[in-house]
Design a protein around this ligand. Structure first.
Ligand code: MN
Length: 231
């Protein structure tokens, strides 16, 4: 096989306790999956899950203990953090049942669904796609993946984001409207899930703006923390 242009290297994420890496296939994201955040975004707090996507190369991987440098994006003056539990899919499938969904999970990580909130608001008002608001370059900083076998308590874990040491978002995974198995079941009716897919599972209340120089630390109990500096 020869290519007219050299293929891009696969996007990959480090794994806790291993030198191997997790190659990324697609990135799915869930909208409004915590009741309090759904209300702060103008929703009712209970609606069927909806999804959007980011390109795989939007990932900015941060190795354990390292800080990812994330560039402040163009075209926005309201660049928001959304701290989220990320599910890494190990086994693909379609029409996956809630009862067997966790068998498809390879591991979990801490991620940030960075958002151009001003462009998202405009897209909503005009009925336009969210791609420019959600799927821009470097919009998905992520910490290392913890294998599911080492994250047994994840369904009850606390989730906290600090910006420059001040707490901005705080909740528990148990407060998600749609659980991880329910999300996988819904998603796999719409797309064939594949090994390497990532699912950003939605953010708790407290989203807000960051600027150049800000330092974010995302923490989920039992997982490696994510440290990001906006540059
Ligand atoms: Mn989000």
């Amino acid at each position: 096989m020869s290519y007219v242009l050299p293929p891009a290297d696969p996007v990959s994420i480090s794994i806790c306790g291993s030198d191997q890496r997790f190659a990324v296939h697609r990135i799915y994201c869930v909208g409004r999956n915590y009741a309090e955040h759904a209300r702060e975004m103008g929703g009712t707090g209970r609606e069927a899950p909806f999804f959007f996507m980011k390109p795989a190369d939007a990932v900015v991987p941060a190795a354990a203990g390292q800080t990812a440098a994330v560039p402040y994006p163009s075209l926005t003056s309201n660049y928001h953090h959304e701290l989220e539990l990320v599910v890494a899919i190990g086994q693909g499938g379609v029409d996956i049942a809630v009862e067997s969904a966790l068998r498809h999970v390879w591991g979990y990580a801490v991620g940030l669904d960075m958002t151009r909130r001003d462009l998202q608001t405009e897209a909503k008002q005009k009925g336009r796609p969210w791609s420019i608001a959600k799927g821009f370059d470097a919009s998905a900083p992520m910490g290392p993946i913890t294998p599911a076998a080492h994250a047994a308590g994840i369904a009850q874990a606390g989730i906290v984001l600090t910006v420059n040491g001040s707490e901005r978002q705080k909740s528990t995974i148990a407060d998600m409207i749609w659980s991880v198995p329910e999300i996988i079941a819904h998603l796999s009716r719409a797309w064939r899930l594949e090994p390497g897919d990532l699912i950003f599972t939605g953010t708790p209340a407290g989203v807000g703006a960051v600027v150049r120089g800000d330092r974010m630390v995302g923490h989920i109990d039992g997982l490696e923390s994510l440290q990001v500096k906006v540059v």
